[in-house]
Design a protein around this ligand. Structure first.
Ligand SMILES: Nc1nc2c(ncn2[C@@H]2O[C@H](COP(=O)(O)OP(=O)(O)O)[C@@H](O)[C@H]2O)c(=O)[nH]1
Ligand SMILES: [Mg+2]
Length: 163
């Protein structure tokens, strides 16, 4: 199995760094900072890159170094910062992650609708970092080699994953 290398994009405060740390803790790999936002097999991007269209080119260019791009959507947010169809400009496998589903203000259904506009294909995993919900499904999905494998995994774990 090839080690995935994933870039995480999303708004400021959406939970990118929290998710990065949870994923790295979970897979028991040493955290070695290779450059500013490179943490082992994860590229944790600043939220400004997703929020400011001036940085879209940087996102596109950096995605070339990754095998996958994770689109993060904060369940408490009423808007999605990515423009419609944004994932079409990124020639990599995409995975959606909804964060903060534990929050009082979370609206999971709304988040899925918002995220689908930006990310047309790929599964969406529902997560809560403090409650350790959903996060353990991310690595197995990234490790899948084919779309069929992804679909099988998602159907078997459909309580926290939407296809
Ligand atoms: N309730 C809740 N808070 C979260 C969750 N994930 C992240 N947070 C909080 O959201 C805030 C921003 O998280 P951070 O990872 O720094 O966001 P980033 O700017 O996208 O890197 C922090 O206070 C986190 O503790 C979650 O799943 N549930
Ligand atoms: Mg951060």
């Amino acid at each position: 199995m090839k080690q995935p290398r994933v870039m995480i994009i999303g708004a400021i405060g959406a939970g990118k760094t929290t998710l990065t740390n949870a994923l790295l803790g979970m897979t028991h790999v040493a955290v070695k900072t290779q450059a500013m936002n490179y943490k082992d097999w994860i590229i944790d991007t600043p939220g400004e890159y997703s929020e400011n269209p001036m940085f879209y080119k940087t996102i596109m260019a950096t995605s070339l170094e990754a095998s996958h791009v994770i689109f993060l959507q904060d369940a408490t947010r009423t808007t999605c910062i990515f423009p419609p169809g944004f994932s079409k400009g990124i020639p990599k496998r995409t995975l959606g992650v909804i964060t903060k589903i534990d929050h009082d203000q979370a609206d999971v259904k709304r988040s899925i609708t918002l995220l689908r506009r930006a990310m047309s294909a790929g599964p969406i995993v529902l997560t809560s970092a403090p409650n350790a919900i959903g996060i353990h499904h991310i690595y197995p999905i990234l490790a899948c080699e084919t779309d069929e494998e992804i679909q099988r995994y998602c159907h078997e774990n459909s309580e926290n994953i939407v296809l």
